[in-house]
Design a protein around this ligand. Structure first.
Ligand code: BGC
Length: 248
């Protein structure tokens, strides 16, 4: 019960890594509010999760919706201890075809939304004198570009700096901020890869541990960073990638 009595918001908690984080957090004793743009995914997550769970339909890129989101959580549980900034999208476009529209969508959901949500959560934590923490879910592509997903990679690199700058300026308030950066994980977002046996085999050959990762393997890293076991860890990025970064 490493997260006993902690109150957490997990964005994009309806499926994939976010849902696995919600499962791991509730198993460790946290109360969780999961948000998603996909109402059906949220409902199915709520049906599957045991524990204290609230589902909230929300689009993280809509920063005007954040105030109400936080009010709802604070009205239910009185405070926020952990924000897991997990919601994200991937749009693949060769760099020569990258469109301003895709740029805006990727930045809105992967960077601008999570940054301003973290800012608002941090203000709430400071106002209530609560030494909470923020875990951002980035990607190995915060370090190295993903072929034909250049703008996506740029947002993830930005997320790495969001983690560091927030960690620096929130440290005086006792708020820790870290990233988990996954490699290739078996999620709905990676469905095109998972359903192409040839491409999957090729990808697995590039991963030193020889296989795609599971969402729960990423979730365990988020549990660690959100728990008191990581009490002296801030501004860090934990790569959960089977060694992928060693080769790319
Ligand atoms: C991307 C996946 C990709 C993985 C490893 C993730 O950030 O979303 O599409 O398979 O990185 O390259």
């Amino acid at each position: 019960m490493r997260l006993k009595d902690k109150i957490a918001i997990i964005t994009g908690g309806g499926k994939g890594i976010g849902r696995a984080v919600a499962e791991a957090f509730t198993a460790e004793g946290a109360s969780v509010a999961i948000t998603d743009v996909d109402a059906a995914a949220l409902q199915s997550a709520a049906d599957a999760l045991c524990g204290d769970v609230v589902i909230l339909e929300n689009d993280v890129s809509d920063i005007d919706s954040h105030a109400q989101l936080l009010d709802t959580v604070v009205n239910i549980w009185g405070r926020i201890d952990v924000l897991v900034n997990n919601a994200g999208i991937e749009i693949s476009q060769p760099i020569l075809e990258a469109s301003p529209d895709a740029w805006d969508k990727l930045f809105g959901t992967n960077l601008r939304g999570p940054f301003f949500l973290a800012q608002r959560v941090a203000k709430q934590m400071i106002a209530s004198g609560n030494k909470g923490c923020i875990v951002n879910i980035a990607s190995v592509h915060d370090q190295t570009p993903l072929w034909e997903s250049g703008v996506y990679s740029i947002t993830k690199a930005g997320m790495g700096m969001v983690t560091k700058t927030l960690a620096l300026e929130l440290a005086p308030f006792g708020i820790r901020v870290n990233s988990v950066s996954p490699g290739a994980i078996a999620t709905p977002m990676n469905q095109p890869l998972l359903s192409d046996p040839e491409k999957l085999a090729q990808t697995e050959k590039t991963i030193p541990l020889g296989r795609i990762g599971l969402p729960r393997e990423v979730a365990r890293a988020a549990v660690f960073l959100a728990s008191d076991e990581a009490s002296y860890v801030t501004g860090a990025t934990l790569y959960v990638d089977g060694g992928l970064l060693l080769r790319t």
